[in-house]
Design a protein around this ligand. Sequence first.
Ligand code: G6Q
Length: 545
Amino acid sequence: MSAAPLRQRPAWAALETHHRELQGRHLRELFAEDPGRGERLTAEAVGVFLDYSKNRVTDATMRLLLRLAVESDLRERIDAMFRGEKINVSEQRAVLHVALRAPRGATVLVDGRNVVPDVHAVLDKMSGFADQVRAGAWTGHTGKRIRSVINIGIGGSDLGPVMAYEALKHYSDRSLRFRFVSNVDGTDFAEAVQGLDPAETLFIVSSKTFTTLETMTNAHTARDWLLAGLQGAESAIAQHFVAVSTNAKAVAGFGIDPANMFGFWDWVGGRYSMDSAIGLSTMLAIGPTHFREMLDGFHQMDEHFRTAPFDRNLPVLLGLLAIWYTDFFGAQTVAVLPYEQYLKRFPAYLQQLTMESNGKRVTLDGTPVDYVTGPIYWGEPGTNGQHSFYQLIHQGTRLIPCDFLAFGHSLNPLGRHHDLLLANVFAQTEALAFGKTAEQVKAEGTPEWLVPHRVFEGNRPSNTLLLDRLTPAALGKLVALYEHSVFTQGTIWSIDSFDQWGVELGKVLAQRIVPELEDAAEPTLDHDSSTNSLIRRYRKLKGSA
Ligand code: G6Q
């Protein structure tokens, strides 16, 4: 039995009424009336502490949101995902990134077949390869050991590896250099190979389909660069190229030895694949043991999500709060603000995870939605952001719910740095929630005319996520937390969070125009007048010196 359309679920109407009552209330009042909320509106699991008390919610709000989760069949949907049902309806696929981190010996069935042994076979093969490269036993064509690793991939085959490399750099082997090429803009490739010796360079071509224009173009350019550097020795390809893909045929067609291909499966979506073989660059950087620790972190959060009651379930709570602001307060974005320099690429990673997943306008059965879906996720690490866009969050006209991420320990403890960093986290969430009244500003001796400029309205909501330190396991927990928050939101909106037809469109659109730019003869163009004239102008520019 499937859930009623969202607006017909009883909790939805109750939330609308409740929102009308609550929207005029200030967090100052909510804290004054209920001083215990700072301890009570929190949840902790698997080493992740969430303080959600500085949100514009009361216990009644949370009860209604939790009821909405139940009425949206969240429990059934979670079970369906873990059971391997084809919940990605528009592509008729199971959605089983959770199987990628299932422990050896677990059972996860896809079409009646246990896929966990396959997952571990690939992990073992990756580990063997990573150990060889890291030990210098895997050498290049001329016998030199590998010093530089370049991952070629885009979207889900790039953002996760880049983010994880940056996030876990502290644990990486500093004698290896890692670079990432994604853009079809030749500058990306040119800069990535700057100063590198082809004889010491290993390329990982990461592409689920092995047909993506950007990746295949970059892979061929890499092949040419390598062969030019190694005086055309075709036989060098085998030692300098490995592939991560689901398309063995295309990998072999490119000239990569199938023995050097690391596979994954159609039940792993690109943006959910950083813990599959797509994470090969991560494993090369941090080693198999740390990689498995990261997988264990993912798995701990998976188990928490699967089993914890909703009122203590971190991804459920985070997802419900996003629904509350998006659909009831009309908030258009969520800011993710990591106070951890190593997480500098985390917001960019989350942009794909969240927006490619929940940027949808029809429900699972194809009906257009009559409510707002996926908020825009964005962010930058603190404290840098405080000196730039936080102004708008504090004093602008928009409501921007924020997730603050912080750790109890720095991986680079230096003097007072970490206390200063954390003081800023707490100060920001406090200032956002409570603001500064005209009376307080006046009491500071501010001249009357300046007072309005210096008033902070407050009532700006935030979550604070606090973990012990940024370990590989902690990263796994954080990523899984957001994956399942996305799932929670998508379930409530009754959308397919696992397809990406908008991205597929981009993959074919340009193909038609490419010959119109490259043909020597003036092409006959039948686009709109703007596109036709831009193409003609580009052809002219191209032809001029
Ligand atoms: C992710 C998307 C998309 C995809 C890239 C790369 O969920 O499907 O970002 O990862 O388009 O695709 P390939 O891995 O097939 O090259």
